[in-house]
Design a protein around this ligand. Structure first.
Ligand SMILES: Cc1cc2nc3c(=O)[nH]c(=O)nc-3n(C[C@H](O)[C@H](O)[C@H](O)COP(=O)(O)OP(=O)(O)OC[C@H]3O[C@@H](n4cnc5c(N)ncnc54)[C@H](O)[C@@H]3O)c2cc1C
Length: 322
């Protein structure tokens, strides 16, 4: 029962989330008494691929077709299905990120495989195959048993510790049939110089308490000093103070950085749903009764316009940037 792990890459670089799913996949394989293998689509340097062996996979199936340098869920699903069938994979694991969320349900339909999206722990394989996941915006857990022959899991980011050992993986080119994408990418406009929100270790996030887009320099300066990504609450994006790709919460991105700093955000349940898996939450709000304080590890009751410049200055001093 081989475990297959999808390894996400962008511009030829393996994404951070992949190290986590590789470590997780290796452990699942160990539990099942089998081996874990990886699949990579698109151009990635051979030395980067073999180095993935440090995370517990023995073999990497590499489909180096130029069409796969740009993500297309339908094309990727078709190729991964071919690899999974050729390798005889019984458990297929993705990160529960944008790519994993797009591929896993399609693959599940294609392979008639049971799927648990958003796993938060290793499956219980002692008696069947039961996967734990968050439900009701993180208010409860559900344990779901997959009974199908092939099983698919998407792992919530930051749910499993990366385990880095030694060793290298055998890289095997896989000759897949790659369909022409039905959607044509005309241009990719990237926000340069910013830390991608989904990959960020530290996030500084602003809400309606910031009063307007002209005040976002406060958030950006602190984020710059910390090497952090910026995020926002939904009303902030709805009012076009910030772009929608920065909106976190139930209807936006789900993130789990090591440090989440919420400035002028009330802490509505829909917002918390996107950030409550952050390792440390710091809340800055002038209202001591703001609900966010209940979810905070550290809180500052104060006016953001006074507190944030002081924190930024202190961080810069600490880092020798002042
Ligand atoms: C179906 C549904 C889905 C939703 N999905 C999302 C979602 O994905 N993400 C999301 O964020 N919201 C979502 N919402 C909206 C959510 O319910 C809240 O309305 C929203 O999160 C509030 O945003 P906010 O905290 O920025 O604004 P507010 O609720 O207006 O809070 C502003 C906060 O700033 C504080 N403040 C004001 N001035 C200052 C100051 N000078 N210094 C410090 N603090 C100050 C105030 O005390 C207050 O706590 C959803 C709602 C629904 C119904």
């Amino acid at each position: 029962m081989m475990v297959l792990v999808f390894i996400d890459q962008a511009d030829g670089h393996v994404k951070k989330a992949s190290y986590e799913v590789l470590s997780y996949g290796a452990k699942v394989a160990e539990q099942l008494g089998t081996t874990a293998e990886g699949v990579v689509l698109g151009a990635v340097a051979a030395d980067q691929l073999s180095a993935l062996g440090k995370y517990g996979v023995k073999k990497i199936h590499h489909v180096a077709n130029d069409t796969l340098n740009h993500f297309d869920a339908q094309v990727f699903t078709n190729v991964i299905a071919q690899v999974a069938q050729a390798a005889g994979s019984k458990v297929i694991i993705f990160s529960n990120n944008v790519d994993g969320k797009a591929i896993a349900p399609r693959l599940s339909a294609r392979l008639k495989a049971g799927l648990v999206p958003g796993a938060v722990a290793l499956p219980d394989t002692a008696n069947g195959f039961t996967v734990k996941k968050n439900v009701f915006s993180g208010k409860a857990f559900a344990n779901l048993t997959i009974n199908s022959d092939i099983k698919i899991i998407t792992l919530n980011p930051n749910s499993y510790q990366v385990v880095e050992g030694s060793g290298s993986a055998e890289v095997v080119p896989f000759n897949a049939t790659v369909n022409a994408p039905k959607v044509k990418i005309k241009a990719v406009n990237k926000a340069s110089g910013e830390v991608p929100l989904s990959e960020a270790e530290v996030v500084v996030s602003g809400g309606r308490g910031l009063k307007g887009p002209d005040n976002w320099g406060l958030i950006e300066n602190l984020a710059h000093a910390l090497g952090a990504a910026t995020a926002c609450s939904r009303p902030v994006a709805d009012e076009h103070w910030r772009p929608h790709h920065e909106h976190v919460g139930q209807t936006g991105l789900t993130i789990a950085p090591n440090l989440y700093i919420a400035v002028g955000i009330s802490g509505a349940i829909q917002h918390l749903a996107g950030v409550n898996r952050s390792k440390v939450i710091v809340v800055i709000n002038k209202d001591p009764e703001a609900p966010f304080f209940k979810a905070a590890d550290y809180g500052i009751v104060g006016d953001a316009f006074e507190v944030i410049p002081k924190i930024t200055e202190a961080v810069k001093k600490l880092k020798g940037m002042a």
